[in-house]
Design a protein around this ligand. Structure first.
Ligand SMILES: Nc1ncnc2c1ncn2[C@@H]1O[C@H](COP(=O)(O)OP(=O)(O)OP(=O)(O)O)[C@@H](O)[C@H]1O
Ligand SMILES: Nc1ncnc2c1ncn2[C@@H]1O[C@H](COP(=O)(O)OP(=O)(O)OP(=O)(O)O)[C@@H](O)[C@H]1O
Ligand SMILES: [Mg+2]
Ligand SMILES: [Mg+2]
Lengths: 263, 263
């Protein structure tokens, strides 16, 4: 179970969650994508808007219906649990529940081994929804735009991962960082990339959840096709499989799978 | 008082709030920028990190200190009220306060006529902090990245503005939409721009808070200098005043001021 998260807005979480899920499905893996953002962009991206708001991750989290009832099949190997704006209320409603960060994990227990991968698309915050994803997940994937402000948020992010690992989910690890909207013609991208490499290398000696985290070699370049695909309600692969966006997410999938197999 | 808001992440709210504030200050206006994002990127962008977390907008909102005590002078005409990660707690703490959306407006009453412009940099959500900004503000400025997912969030945004205007702040109006990270070589940007123009034109006949909203002719082009400036703790004008980023924000300021004077 993989939480695709970053509290910084607009760094490519949804685009990565959707296209990695689709890429893994194309490789024959059974994948379920769980949209945890009240803005429901992952759901929109895959052309899934719940016919009525009654069958989304929100109803699952407040305990009204079991998760199997809201799973929507997108293609042979890819399913999604859609979100809805009602989910915005859950940040407050769940805030005072006992064990409020465990709710998602418990709700997904019934999925057993049905999927090879479950991916969570998180909203741009470190609130209750993201904490639920971190508590349910085995690993975290961090999409990051190589800009200065992104680096600043990075250390806060690690701190939250550390807290969740310490108090709620001891096996949580940061799988890696994938650079998105990468523009290699800019000095800034190269500087941020090298700062991250240095940091991750130093941390190999520490006993921390990101001890074995990688900075993926595959980078997702800026490619307008990736921004157009959501308007067709499909992943990049159905929209334009010859685009750089498709090529980059396939390369990323390959690297991701090889890392998964070596751990 | 101008709320720079958009619940979509990473569309240029902070970059616009900071650089419009700086541009207005350069034109001789007295400006106060209020950082309402727990991630404190506007504060970081202007090189203002509170020496200790005790003097930020958070303390003002929970009623511990008056706002004049936390104002930090950045330059002759530009001041900032910085944020701090503690502000994340206020989404929950203020949630159950009576009149919770009025707190910021009341806290700023003491600033009287000291500033020509007060700008709010909002976080990527429609939670308590953004609602406070909408309730305190006279006008809303919407930075928008011309992508498909941005259009989808736009109607939800208008709905929130409508509710605040109906229940809490009858004089609230949408001043306009400024397109950010604009790449005019892409079909997508041109399509989104034209969809917005058509929409705003139709709405001129309606009695709605966006009846007179403009789609600014000035567009902020993608320019790496705008992403580099925060690492120097200054606006684009101190960092690289010859850049396209600086030129675009100056053009935007001029158009903004001419609209302000005609209403
Ligand atoms: N590599 C890319 N090239 C071009 N556009 C991209 C790329 N990746 C994402 N986009 C577009 O940039 C915008 C932001 O991306 P996305 O929505 O995936 O980020 P996010 O981190 O999920 O945002 P949020 O914080 O709002 O959830 C979207 O309009 C998306 O279509
Ligand atoms: N026109 C531009 N050209 C290039 N980079 C830009 C431009 N505008 C903003 N950026 C960069 O893009 C990233 C996102 O912008 P910014 O932080 O201003 O958006 P935001 O809407 O405030 O994000 P959030 O939702 O996280 O508050 C930042 O790293 C910023 O430096
Ligand atoms: Mg998203
Ligand atoms: Mg911001």
């Amino acid at each position: 179970m993989l939480a695709v998260m970053n509290q910084k807005g607009g760094v490519g979480k949804t685009t990565t969650a959707v296209n990695l899920a689709a890429a893994l499905a194309l490789a024959g893996k059974k994948v379920c994508l769980i949209d945890l953002d009240p803005q429901a962009h992952a759901s929109l991206h895959l052309g899934v808007t719940p016919k009525h708001s009654g069958e989304t991750i929100y109803e699952v989290l407040v305990g009204e219906i079991p998760v199997c009832q809201v799973i929507s099949e997108v293609s042979e190997n890819l399913s999604i649990v859609p979100a809805h704006i009602d989910l915005a209320a859950s940040e407050l409603e769940l805030a005072n529940e006992i064990g409020r960060e465990m709710i998602l994990r418990d709700a997904l227990a019934s999925l057993g081994g049905q999927y090879d991968y479950i991916l969570f698309d998180c909203p741009p915050s470190l609130g209750v929804l993201t904490l639920n994803a971190l508590t349910a997940a085995d690993e975290v994937l961090l999409p990051l735009q190589p800009h200065f402000l992104a680096l600043h948020g990075f250390s806060k992010l690690l701190h939250s991962i550390e807290l969740v690992a310490a108090r709620l989910n001891p096996t949580l690890r940061l799988c890696g960082i994938v650079l998105c909207m990468y523009d290699r013609t800019t000095k800034l991208a190269l500087e941020v990339e090298s700062d991250l490499k240095v940091f991750l290398k130093e941390q190999r000696q520490q006993n921390v959840p990101w001890q074995e985290a990688v900075l993926f070699k595959a980078k997702i370049r800026r490619n307008i096709r990736l921004a157009e695909a959501p308007s067709f309600g499909t992943s990049i692969f159905e929209y334009d499989k010859r685009s750089n966006g498709a090529a980059d997410y396939l390369a990323f999938r390959e690297e991701f799978l090889s890392i998964q197999q070596s751990t």
